[in-house]
Design a protein around this ligand. Structure first.
Ligand code: C5P
Length: 233
């Protein structure tokens, strides 16, 4: 069965305090998303990589992707990004030319430190799973619930808590139907793909990820990502 990587890259990155969306910020001399795409294209089991950009995107067209990534044979760009991440993913799923049973690995453009080995590893673990699953890491820090004035209300047990990452791997038809069922009404609850499936009573698998698979959200994350990309992961 076909495996497609779907990369939502239609965000504006407002928390980065930059006019350039974070997926295009410079990371070791290249746009951040180039590192992300290289990891996905480098995975032996990925047949195609589909990037979802905003219809108003002014940046994608200004790069020489062939020079950055080598062959563009397995890369496709769709200008169907929406107002939320969930909507961008839903529009991308609707637009790709693939059977309902195809596996789709949704991966944030803003996670450039993913490795091809992690992608291939998760496909091997999930290919025959009934639902699919996500990369995630167990929560390491003690968790506090905040009260007003930034005081601590209480400590919440971290046992059994995991931080969701991407890729998140699901069957194209099931994920599309789950997102269509949830949007637009429940958009605030759908912060990843798994949450859309959970709404319908499914229980996706947690696959051990790596703390290095960070999402670039704030300016200091970019510094950290640059350091991580320089070391053997
Ligand atoms: O903003 P956040 O960090 O949650 O974004 C995660 C990913 O979703 C980023 O790669 C971003 O470009 C993408 N996104 C999108 N469409 C939106 C908002 C975010 O494709 N409307």
């Amino acid at each position: 069965m076909k495996k497609i990587a779907l990369v939502p890259a239609a965000g504006s990155g407002s928390r980065m305090a930059s006019a350039t969306p974070k997926q295009y910020l410079d990371l070791l001399g290249q746009p951040l998303i180039a590192h992300t795409l290289r990891a996905l294209l480098g995975a032996a089991q990925i047949d195609q990589v589909v990037v979802v950009v905003s219809p108003e995107d002014e940046w994608w067209g200004s790069y020489d992707w062939a020079a950055l990534l080598g062959s563009l044979e397995r890369l496709q760009v769709l200008c169907v990004g929406g107002a939320s991440r969930a909507e961008s993913v839903m529009n991308g799923l609707a637009a790709i030319d693939a059977a309902d049973e195809s596996w789709v690995l949704v991966h944030d453009a803003a996670r450039p430190c993913l490795t091809s080995a992690q992608v291939d590893g998760m496909i091997t673990e999930l290919e025959y799973d009934a639902v699919g699953g996500i990369l995630a890491v167990p929560v390491a820090d003690t968790l506090k619930v905040a009260a007003p004035e930034q005081r601590i209300a209480r400590t919440t047990p971290r046992d059994g808590l995991w931080q969701a990452q991407t890729p998140q791997m699901f069957r194209r038809g099931e994920l599309l139907a789950a997102l269509q069922d949830a949007l637009p009404e429940h958009v605030a609850d759908i912060t990843d793909e798994a949450s859309a499936l959970e709404r319908l009573g499914k229980s996706p698998k947690l696959i051990m990820g790596s703390p290095w698979n960070l999402k670039v959200t704030y300016p200091q994350d970019l510094t950290l990502a640059g350091l991580l990309l320089r070391v053997e992961r």
